[in-house]
Ligand binder design. Structure first.
Ligand code: NAP
Length: 262
């Protein structure tokens, strides 16, 4: 049972990148459940098809486009098609990301670049295309999905913390430049979310006991998606350039052991 009014996003159109899996699919479903028509995009068509079937089964008016957020031409075409099909665009959620654990010494320049390209350049490409094709004339809300590990740093995640710190900084710059056009730009910074592919790759089963988290547990994708819904909605009409950390307070304490030289 959502704590938000069911028609909170009635009449709005949302684009969610990486919306076929994990948090992105949860966000697409939650925005749709509150009245938005939803477009999702990513690279793997079978995942997109399955996700749209699931969303439609839940009563959401949903479409998909195959799009690599690293490619400005594909991104611009996707944004144009969404506006053409749904007639408008109000909400953009930059959720697409890449991740894998790797020590800095074992990380290739290409590996580092791949994550920065998807997370940071992808967020830039999609935000810019949405702004130029629709938002600058009509206003709207952009919500960028960041992370909380960049606030302290994390072993094996140098590429990710670098990319996500960039997403935080880019979001503030967009908020400043686009505020006068009625475009709000905010960040949701999730901690570890139980049951996601992303966390399985990094933390495995280690989420069971999380004594360093003040709220004493991992979060859920629903809890993170609710923060996205708030920032995307008119309830956040005077909020821009903000970073909402949704991590049970975890980044405030340090649960990590420093790696030892062997
Ligand atoms: P996920 O399931 O791995 O989803 C990532 C999505 O991004 C996939 O749908 C993937 O689809 C898409 N994607 C990857 N590269 C892309 C590209 N080049 N172009 C377009 N789409 C691309 O991830 P998740 O765990 O749900 O995480 C979602 C977001 O939350 C990410 O921004 C992540 O950094 C952040 N986050 C997650 C956690 C966590 O606990 N999981 C914690 C902190 C932050 P394709 O492969 O089909 O393209």
């Amino acid at each position: 049972m959502s704590p938000f009014r069911a028609d909170l996003l009635a009449g709005k159109v949302a684009l969610v990148t990486g919306g076929a899996t994990g948090l992105g699919l949860e966000v697409a479903g939650l925005l749709g459940a509150h009245g938005a028509r939803v477009a999702i995009c990513s690279r793997k068509e079978p995942n997109l098809e399955a996700a749209v079937a699931q969303l439609r089964g839940d009563g959401v008016d949903a479409i998909f486009h195959v799009c690599d957020v690293r490619r400005p031409d594909e991104v611009a075409a996707t944004v144009e098609k969404v506006v053409e099909q749904f007639g408008r665009l109000d909400i953009v959620v930059n959720n697409a990301a890449g991740n894998f654990p790797a020590p800095i010494s074992g990380l290739s320049a290409n590996g580092f670049k791949a994550v920065v390209d998807i997370d940071l350049l992808g967020t830039y490409n999609v935000s810019k295309a949405a702004y130029e094709s629709w938002l600058h004339q009509h206003g709207g809300a952009i919500v960028n999905i960041s992370a909380a590990i960049q606030y302290r740093g994390m072993a094996l995640q140098a590429h990710v913390v670098s990319a996500k710190a960039g997403v935080d900084a880019l979001s503030r710059a967009c908020a400043i430049e686009w505020g006068a056009d009625g475009v709000r730009v905010n960040v949701v910074a999730p901690g570890a979310m139980a049951g996601t592919e992303g966390v399985a790759r990094i933390a495995g089963e280690d989420l069971q006991a999380m004594p360093h988290i003040p709220l004493q547990r991992a979060g859920t994708t629903t809890e993170v998606a609710q923060a996205v819904l708030f920032l995307a909605s008119d309830a956040a009409s005077y909020v821009t350039g903000a970073i909402v950390v949704v991590d049970g307070g975890g980044w405030l304490t340090s649960g990590e052991s420093a790696p030892r030289s062997t």
